[in-house]
Ligand binder design. Structure first.
Ligand SMILES: [Fe+2]
Ligand SMILES: [Fe+2]
Length: 488
């Protein structure tokens, strides 16, 4: 499984042994590079960045660190080694050998799963393209660029699968991935959170904390797939993804640490030039809720079909005893049908707008287990996010502040699924439209919060220096000091 770097496209999939595929990918490569120069990090083509590049797929020691100009980054195709006699681990086809070709009856489903995942990778690069110009330190700027080049590589990973296994439509999908643009009303990216602007570094840390973490759970679910090339490619993507989430989780922790220090200088942290905890909480509410939406509907026949087919499993499927999930149910709180139509109905003419919005009515319901697969994955995700919030709260406690951060309720501020179009407070309590309007600026960033955070975003490009609103990391990258020249 050695990685061949002598080829135009580094790979450990014996690309030179498949000339047709090699030509297709080499044909796609210039389009990718054009996309990178147009939509990748702004004003970055000529700087040297201390980046890691994959040199093997073994669990330890796969990375090589050196200065690289980003357009010269060796984007490649790396799959974890195949396992002998591997069997499908869940669903209706459990126990049968894994597929090494696309099973005809699941072709469309599989293509949809792969394209949806693939689309998020270039989208996040587009969302983050201006951040390099306002980085709080060289260390942070380097981490941003590392995340960006690796999201580019994840696009390669997905395009390899599309071009190898889906013929002509796979090639068309690969081209379309370079044509959509985050936030473009005419050709948007597929999922909501990936069309949301990432305007400042607080957005960025919360995005890598919460949105990249959605990616972790999606990739884990796909790494269980009975379609083995997908399982093997997502497994290696997860090793890269870990750094992205580290950047987010520690980034927020460093902001919290700095806020604690600044609050000793001035009880009004904004006067001391820091990010106050109530503002951080609002941004957290926003990005957590946007990221929860990425898991899809609470009750989903698609999710049931993906599971039944053996294409998308659960997080660490081996933790469960019953891998068919045909029996049993999942208890969830749903919105009683017929009680909310008046508030969220389709018609919005002037006479109807005067009707007072009704409060959502909640009711507990048991749903068949397979239809709850999205919600089960979201549960795992929320537990993981809570662990990070607990950690930030320990930093607050140690730093002598009485404020605490919390995750909003899963019903809060949702745009997808059974709670969308309705209003709930951060504690999950149902609200009328009027109550929501009166309180929303307390719960998600207001125009003045955004303006304040933006006002802090001044670049710091001197070695060993850092912006006032964030603490330096406890250690640098690859054993280097924080003062190391990560970008030059
Ligand atoms: Fe990714
Ligand atoms: Fe990522």
């Amino acid at each position: 499984m050695a990685i061949n770097y002598s080829e135009k496209i580094p790979n450990n999939v014996d690309l030179s042994g498949n000339k047709t595929l090699q030509r297709a990918l080499e044909h796609w490569q210039p389009g990718f590079l054009n996309w990178w120069s147009e939509m990748g990090p702004d004003e970055s083509s000529n700087i040297d960045v201390y980046l890691r590049t994959a040199i093997s797929v073994e669990t330890d020691g796969w990375a090589h660190f050196d200065y690289v100009k980003m357009p010269d980054y060796r984007w490649g195709i790396f799959l974890t080694p195949p396992e002998a006699d591997k069997k499908i681990g869940f669903g209706d086809n459990m126990g049968q050998p894994v597929w090494n070709e696309v099973p005809g009856e699941f072709r469309n489903m599989l293509r949809r799963i792969i394209v949806t995942q693939a689309d998020t990778e270039p989208a996040s690069v587009e969302q983050q393209r201006l951040l390099g110009l306002s980085a709080p330190s060289l260390y942070d700027q380097r981490n941003l660029f590392q995340v960006n080049v690796e999201e580019g590589r994840h696009l390669w990973a997905m395009v390899y699968i599309l071009q190898s296994y889906f013929g002509k439509d796979g090639r068309e999908e690969a081209d379309a991935l370079l044509e959509r643009r985050s936030g473009d009303p005419d050709k948007p990216r597929i999922l909501g959170a990936f069309n949301q602007p990432i305007e400042n570094w607080l957005d960025f840390y919360l995005f890598t904390m919460f949105t990249d973490r959605d990616g972790k759970y999606q990739l884990y679910a796909l790494s269980e797939s009975g379609f083995d090339p997908l399982a093997r490619t997502t497994k290696f993507m997860l090793t890269e993804e870990a750094h992205h989430m580290f950047v987010g989780e520690t980034g927020i922790d460093r902001i919290v640490l700095r806020t604690c220090a600044l609050s000793k200088e001035n009880s009004d942290v904004r006067k001391a030039g820091g990010i106050d905890i109530p503002t951080l909480q609002k941004y957290l509410n926003l990005w957590f809720s946007l990221s929860e939406d990425l898991f899809g509907g609470e009750i989903s026949s698609n999710a049931a079909d993906f599971f039944a087919a053996g294409l998308k499993g659960r997080y660490k499927e081996s933790q469960y005893e019953d891998h068919r999930a045909l029996e049993g149910s999942y208890r969830m709180t749903t919105v009683e049908s017929g009680k909310v139509g008046e508030a969220s109905g389709a018609s919005r003419d002037a006479s109807e707008r005067a009707v007072p919005a009704r409060m959502p009515v909640l009711v507990d319901k048991d749903v068949p287990l397979r239809t709850a697969m999205n919600e089960i994955l979201r549960d795992n995700y929320i537990d993981d996010c809570q662990r990070a919030v607990d950690k930030w709260n320990r930093t607050l406690e140690k730093g002598g502040l009485s404020d605490r951060l919390s995750l909003p309720h899963r019903r809060f501020h949702r745009k997808q699924g059974i709670y969308s179009g309705l209003h709930f407070a951060p504690d999950g309590k149902p609200l009328t439209e009027a109550e929501w309007q009166a309180r929303k600026n307390d719960w998600v960033p207001s125009a003045s919060d955004i303006a304040y955070v933006e006002s802090l975003m001044k670049p710091v490009t001197e070695r060993g220096k850092i912006a006032n609103w964030i603490a330096p990391p406890t250690r640098g990258i690859n054993g280097q000091a924080f003062e190391f020249e990560y970008v030059r």
